[in-house]
Design a protein around this ligand. Structure first.
Ligand SMILES: *Cc1c(COP(=O)(O)O)cnc(C)c1O
Length: 225
């Protein structure tokens, strides 16, 4: 589903799931996320927590990663949805999405992944990650602003619209498609898949900072390369 950006894609995934729960009379009201998520995830979840849902915000460990055991302990029979980002926008750490997906599946909870920072830097496949939805953004991979997308697993493809009207995106997002922006997004995807310059840039910035006297911080957690 093409959206105006990842903020809208995250809102669609999170609030859409809640709306689906209301429509189908699903009694589960538990939502779980991480304290290090982007505001585009935390804000809609906090809004939901003021409208009948119960939100658990888990801390991350010293290395910036969620502890899978802590995650498993937070998910219970009342958990409707879990939201865990693929790569953090400040530290670049990669959360164990496939592991989180297995935990969610075991409890019948949905897993939404904000993959804005991971997209274009590592493979993002719904089937491999095992999650139910993925939010991505064009301008974070060098494409134009004003477009993003929500990727939906087939069993989760009937998410109710946030923006209604016109029936576009099979009724999941009303409004005329921003075709020029979407074409630019596609061009950016093709280009970024072909290059890998961010890891080298990150290493350059870190070694320059250390040469200038910054304390080296060793991070063992998996990070974007
Ligand atoms: C930038 C960013 C967003 C928001 O994306 P927009 O397309 O600007 O709405 C969401 N999540 C993460 C992790 C981001 O870095």
């Amino acid at each position: 589903v093409f959206t105006s950006g990842a903020t809208e894609a995250n809102n669609l995934a999170l609030k859409g799931v809640a709306e689906a729960a209301w429509e189908r009379g699903d009694p589960r009201r538990g939502l779980v996320t991480l304290a290090s998520e982007h505001r585009a995830v935390l804000d809609p979840l906090q809004w939901l927590s003021r409208h009948g849902f119960r939100l658990t915000v888990l801390p991350v460990e010293a290395d910036g990663l969620v502890d899978p055991q802590r995650l498993a302990a937070a998910i219970g029979p009342d958990t409707r949805l879990v939201s865990v980002m693929a790569a953090n926008n400040e530290t670049g750490v990669l959360h164990p999405i496939a592991e989180a997906a297995a935990i969610c599946r075991a409890h019948g909870a949905l897993l939404h992944v904000d993959a804005v920072q991971a997209a274009g830097r590592m493979p993002i496949r719904l089937t491999e990650l095992g999650c139910d939805s993925i939010a991505i953004s064009s301008h974070k991979i060098g494409g134009p602003m004003g477009v993003g997308a929500l990727l939906l697993a087939p069993k989760h493809s009937h998410i109710p619209a946030l923006i209604r009207g016109g029936g576009q995106e099979r009724g999941r997002r009303g409004g005329t498609h921003a075709v020029p922006a979407i074409a630019g997004f596609a061009a950016a995807v093709s280009e970024i898949v072909a290059e890998d310059r961010l890891g080298a840039l990150r290493d350059m910035v870190e070694s320059a900072a250390i040469a200038a006297g910054a304390e080296p911080v060793s991070v063992d957690a998996p990070r974007l390369s």
